[in-house]
Design a protein. Structure first.
Lengths: 592, 161
């Protein structure tokens, strides 16, 4: 018997390590340590209901487990073979508990290729990876395939880069393989800069060997003997697990010289990012690895011609790599049957925001936004109304109701005015102001622009200022035209992908939520009630019973009044935090 | 505060030299050297940057250029209890800004500053990977999930002597 405990960042934040300890302790108390193993795995994906504990072989899926529950799980489930009913997942609609994750709406429509091992294996133990066909693909490549065969297989699979651009991976490898040099490099881009996304991190934390194996396969195909993983220093757990994985792979002869008895050699090193979004851009990433400021340079030359230290370098994203071993094992023809005509396979999304089931999901390309948000995601939180979904992070756009039935793939999302991006998917409800959302992203871009070219450095700042004016009700209709023009100029003239896409959050909200912009400007109103400068908190005297609850909760002491008398909010002190509204039981406070 | 002067002790000077040496004093290892140095000292004041520049044989301006480019590097010491508010998108749509404002108010400092007594410092970061618990706040290594503005005081009180 195995007890799998989620060790992803989300669940660890809810103290899943203490669950592991309590379970181990309890098993020892009962003398069962030898028969039952407790394993800390990578992310199960269902972060909303974490921490999660899964029992094998019967597949029981416990949610929101606390360390105190360890005794009951051991006593009831392990010893007596009875499920602990109160820890099972409750289907919110059918109101019944579901014990096997296979039957949950959250998992039903998912196909897990890149995430195949996350939540199933102990990422710190190479034997478990090998037990699930790990390193078989590398063996197959070296023993049975020529580098050209490998490239052809990847080309035939139709795999496109998951880091945002969607460039065909096989073609990229082919270009790198044709450039001759005494030294070539394979780089894994694990910079994951999209704020609100954690796909790559979860793969590295849950299945680090998959990425190492794929990098070695890429090295074999492109004739490169050195691999580098550029990872954010903010991901300590992923770094730790990668280090362990590299050591174990070296020990087993899966990295290093004479891999699988051949004369192929390949080794992997880590390089650390230091918190700069633009370093996710491949030329900037390479400069950062060389110890410089992470500023992009004009392409061409592409990294495949002149990359790290001036040598041909193949850069791929973490998730792209995670697909490779499966494609080699199961064949291109298996992979290219999944997905849509031009986008094959699956995509991992970090589903978050105002949605019931926040988590990490992997769906076949061609799944609709509606299926993702309402079936897998379980709909909008607190029964509110769906307003928009943002994909593509700071480079993407907001899609609305009318896009819900669009099948998700690279080309459809671009046609709809957004993009796939790396896989962040943020759901927004009626309380979210779209002008503020655009402003949020521009704030990010302004902070992260490297400053090398002026359209991006200065232009984005101006865009931000205009949006700020709009949210304060100080803009004119002419400003909207100015906003749009400037967006176009910045898109056309910026040096790198950051500036070329940074106006997208504005353009897509202008297209889809024009009326909301106009309301801020003409009526000085924020329809979502979020722009603080456009609102005022007032007490409705008839409803106020003078219970003083609001006085106690107001963090700045802006509310005054006698007990049992109507209260008053001083607008000059009020910071519009909304704490009083939440506390008032009599609906006596409103926002005007 | 960016001009605070520090005097580097003999022992610390040797530590920096050791770190540089462990990377063969190679200029292309500058970022790794800075990571290790900051890990050891907690921050990278100008005086430390000068030593690194000397050891790697690069201009101080280059070291400074790199330190200021990357947000992970800081030239100011952090508080004993560094407070970081996640301002990633998921946390933003679930109200991180209100939480941030409340921390600023309660601690009386802006983002990037440290309280006079050196106890707390305040910073923002983007997505800590716990979006299910949004809005998320970190104090040191400890993560707090689903933080509301009226829960801020209780968090700060936990760390007050
Ligand atoms: C501003 C900017 C940020 C980027 N950030 C990332 C990132 O965090 N992770 C990533 O894999 N690719 C990122 N990319 C895309 C990379 O430049 C590159 O296209 C990608 O790593 C190639 O791998 P793929 O073909 O496997 O997708 C970014 C691009 C730009 C312009
Ligand atoms: S577009 Fe922005 S991030 Fe890219 S090079 Fe220009 S200034 Fe730097
Ligand atoms: S956005 Fe805050 S944890 Fe992801």
């Amino acid at each position: 018997m195995h007890l799998l405990v989620c060790g992803g960042t989300g669940c660890r934040a809810s103290a899943s390590d203490s669950i592991v300890e309590s379970l181990k302790q309890e098993l020892e108390n009962k003398g069962l340590s030898d028969e039952v193993q407790v394993i800390m795995t990578g992310c199960f994906g269902f972060c909303e209901k974490g921490p999660i504990v899964k029992v094998l072989p019967d597949n029981t899926f416990y949610v929101e487990v606390k360390h105190e529950d360890a005794v009951e799980i051991v006593d009831e489930h392990v010893i007596k073979g009875r499920q602990v009913k109160r820890l099972l997942y409750q289907d919110p609609e059918k109101k019944q508990s579901i014990s096997d994750s296979k039957h949950m709406d959250f998992y039903k429509k998912q196909i897990r290729i890149a995430l195949r091992n996350c939540g199933f294996i102990d990422p710190e133990n190479v034997d478990e990876y090998i037990g699930r066909d790990g390193y078989m693909a590398l063996g197959k490549c070296i023993n049975e395939m020529t580098p050209q065969d490998v490239i052809k297989e990847i080309k035939d699979s139709g795999l496109r880069g998951r880091g945002g651009g969607g460039f065909p991976t096989g073609l990229k490898w082919e270009i790198a393989s044709k450039n001759n040099a005494d030294q070539k490099y394979v780089v894994c881009n694990a910079d994951e800069g999209d704020p609100g996304a954690f796909m790559d991190r979860s793969i590295l934390e849950g299945d680090p060997h998959a990425v190492l194996e794929a990098m070695a396969i890429c090295g074999y195909a492109t004739n490169a003997s050195k691999g580098l993983i550029y990872i954010r220093a903010e991901y300590p757990l992923a770094i730790k697990r990668l280090k362990i994985a590299i050591d174990q792979a070296r020990e087993y002869g899966l990295l290093g010289k004479n891999i699988f008895g051949s004369d192929f050699e390949f080794d992997v090193e880590l390089r650390y990012g230091a918190g700069a979004f633009v370093c996710g851009e491949e030329t900037a990433l390479i400069h950062s690895m060389e110890g410089l400021r992470g500023e992009p340079t004009i392409k061409p030359p592409y990294p495949a011609e002149k990359g790290y230290l001036g040598k041909p370098t193949n850069v791929n994203n973490v998730e792209t790599f995670a697909n490779i071993p499966v494609i080699i094992n199961k064949g291109a023809n298996w992979f290219n049957k999944i997905g849509t005509e031009k986008s094959k396979g699956t995509k991992v999304f970090a589903l978050a925001g105002k949605i019931n089931n926040v988590g990490l999901i992997e769906v076949p390309m061609g799944t609709t936004l509606r299926e993702v948000i309402f079936e897998i995601g379980g709909g909008i939180k607190d029964g509110k109304k769906f307003k928009a979904v943002q994909t593509g992070g700071p480079s993407g756009g907001c899609l609305t109701e009318k896009h819900l039935d669009t099948p998700i793939d690279f080309d459809n999302l671009i046609a709809a005015g957004s993009m796939m991006g790396s896989g962040g998917m943020i759901v927004m409800d009626e309380d979210d102001c779209m002008v503020s959302v655009a402003k949020f992203y521009l704030d990010f871009t302004v902070e992260e622009s490297c400053g090398k070219c002026s359209p991006c450095r200065i232009g984005n700042k101006r865009l931000y200022e205009l949006l700020d004016q709009i949210t304060q009700g100080k803009a004119t209709m002419d400003d909207l035209q100015r906003l749009r023009n400037m967006c176009e100029v910045i898109k056309d003239t910026s040096l790198c992908g950051l500036g070329q896409t940074s106006p997208n959050p504005i353009l897509s909200t202008l297209d889809n939520f024009w009326d909301e912009y106009v309301a801020h400007i003409k009526d000085h109103k924020c329809p979502a009630g979020q722009c603080k400068d456009l609102m005022k908190y007032v007490v409705i005297e008839e409803n106020c019973v003078g219970c003083t609850a609001c006085v106690r909760v107001c963090p700045v002491g802006a509310i005054s009044g006698e007990k049992k008398q109507p209260h008053y909010i001083d607008p000059s002190n009020c910071i519009k935090c909304g704490a009083c509204i939440e506390r008032c039981k009599f609906d006596a406070i409103i926002v005007k | 505060m960016s001009h605070i002067k520090v005097k580097i002790k003999e022992k610390d000077l040797n530590t920096i030299k050791q770190i540089c040496k462990s990377f063969n004093n190679e200029p292309k290892e500058l970022i790794n050297v800075l990571h290790k140095t900051q890990e050891h000292f907690g921050y990278l004041p100008a005086e430390i940057q000068e030593v690194v520049a000397q050891e790697l044989n690069v201009p101080v301006a280059k070291v400074y250029g790199v330190v200021t480019f990357y947000s992970f590097f800081t030239m100011l010491p952090k508080g004993k209890h560094p407070v970081s508010i996640c301002t990633g998108t998921a946390c933003y749509v679930r109200g991180a800004d209100n939480v941030l404002q409340e921390f600023k108010r309660q601690l009386g400092i802006e983002v990037g500053e440290t309280t006079e007594d050196g106890e707390f410092s305040l910073s923002c970061l983007r997505c800590v990977g716990a979006c299910g618990l949004a809005p998320v706040v970190l104090v040191g290594d400890k993560t707090y999930g689903r933080v509301a503005p009226d829960g801020v005081k209780a968090i700060i009180d936990e760390y007050k002597k």
